[in-house]
Design a protein around this ligand. Structure first.
Ligand code: HEM
Length: 406
């Protein structure tokens, strides 16, 4: 068994920063994976926590009934003071354990079945076509992130929830502020609270006219009005869905396209062979792992992982981005390779908190890439790749702009 150093000051600081190329997670993760796959690190507040960097160990942690997502449990670790502020406002099932987690997630299960989401394909296709029409009409070059990737999932989640799109710019600004890892904690808290207040007003309108028109109307009719969940619990869920539903798929579209545009042969393989679309999307998810700092837990009882025992009360970062570059599972893991045989990446996490929206995300990605590659077969980067700017100080890693030409 590994012994745990007592003095946190001697531990390496976490999180480390990315180097070049920025699409790769910090190199320190590979170093730890080889030398000390379950390692102690020092956090912003001087506390110690564990980082887990191997695919197998990340799965062990995330499947453990003793790995809790409840932020009020003693020892729950945070990345920064801004993140701690955000978590103090977020009170929904992503930060609950069973049985509460199951109770609230069940409220949404019917809304996220593959069958129900597949029925949205024509509507999603229409959104993709309209956005691309507008981008093409504006002329080459254009910023694919702002012109297509960001508005596409936002339009879809707004329609799905029944949140009028006129609120989107404001909701997006609050989501971005809330997701900042190094922002001013008070600003983060205020953005999160303002978002909840606006969503609360919208949900009240649904409660006044419950029905079948959209997810929030059904939530009002089937769960809030009969008393199965409270209004405030509904607001928290809706806020999570709105935030998780727009900037994740959006940034995955932008980063996935960047990976493809940097390798012409792979771009052409996906463009010319429809059978390559799904494997290419799985590789984009693995390679980018945009939700690079989630899957944070605290042990509520001892957890044996590899040759380490994580003790009750110790914090754990199950690093999805490190797990997805584990050479024991993915050969030549730092290569973007749509032909690789394995797709069992952890970009959507693992265990009971595995992404609820993943079937929706996959449909959005399929439609986005199929439509863009069919309509703009000669798409290329409009600037040298090494001039692109990235943002890693946020929960959803992203490229800030993606200028393309056609
Ligand atoms: C490429 C797109 C996406 C990625 C990479 C992604 C990633 C993730 C990850 C890593 C988690 C788990 C966090 C943890 O283990 O603590 C998660 C949870 C979640 N995601 Fe996604 N997500 C995406 C899109 C979406 C979409 C479109 C929605 C839908 C509205 C959504 C809704 C959720 C919800 C509700 C949870 C919480 C699940 C739970 O705790 O039971 N996500 N997502």
């Amino acid at each position: 068994m590994t012994t745990i150093p007592v003095d946190a000051a001697t531990l390496p600081a976490f999180p480390p920063r990315r180097e070049t190329p920025p699409l790769d997670p910090p190199k320190l993760y590979s170093f730890f994976r080889q030398r000390e796959p379950i390692a102690r690190v020092r956090l912003w507040n001087g506390n110690a926590a564990w980082i887990v960097t191997r695919w197998e160990d990340v799965r062990t942690v995330l499947a453990s009934p003793h790995a809790s997502a409840v932020t009020s449990n003693p020892g729950f670790p945070t990345f920064s003071s801004a993140r701690a502020a955000q978590l103090s406002v977020r009170k929904t099932f992503i930060n609950m354990d069973p049985p509460e987690h199951s109770k609230y997630r069940r409220v949404l299960t019917k809304e996220f079945t593959i069958k129900r989401l597949e029925a949205l394909r024509p509507a999603i296709q229409q959104v993709a076509d309209q956005l691309l029409d507008a981008m093409i009409a504006s002329g080459s070059p254009a910023d694919l992130r702002e012109g297509f990737a960001m508005p596409m999932p936002a339009t879809i989640i707004s329609t799905m929830l029944g949140v009028p799109y006129e609120h989107h710019d404001q909701l997006r600004a609050w989501t971005e502020q809330r997701n900042e890892l190094n922002g001013d904690p008070e600003a983060v808290r205020s953005a999160a609270n303002q978002m909840l207040a606006l969503i609360s007003d919208i949900l009240r309108q649904k409660e006044a006219e419950p029905g079948d028109a959209d997810l929030l109307s059904r939530m009002a009719r089937d769960f809030i009005l009969p008393g199965a969940i409270t209004h405030d619990e509904g607001v928290q869920m809706a806020s999570l869905l709105y935030a998780a539903g727009h900037d994740t798929s959006a940034n995955q579209i932008a980063l996935g396209m960047l990976s493809l545009l940097q390798d012409r042969a792979q771009f052409e393989a996906v463009r010319d062979d429809p059978a390559m679309l799904k494997p290419a999307i799985e590789e984009m998810l693995r390679f980018s792992t945009i939700v690079h700092f989630n899957s944070v837990r605290v042990a509520t009882a001892d957890i044996a992982v590899g040759d380490v025992t994580i003790k009750a009360g110790e914090g754990i970062f199950a690093l999805l981005s490190a797990a997805n570059r584990d050479p024991a599972v993915f050969e030549d893991p730092d290569a973007f390779d749509i032909f690789r045989p394995r797709h069992d990446h952890l970009a959507f996490s693992y265990g009971i908190h595995q992404c609820l929206g993943q079937p929706l995300a996959r449909i959005e990605l399929e439609i986005a890439f199929e439509t863009i590659l069919r309509r703009l077969p000669n798409l290329r980067l409009a600037v040298p790749a090494d001039t692109l700017k990235f943002d890693e100080d946020t929960m959803v890693f992203h490229v800030k702009q993606l200028p393309v030409a056609w």
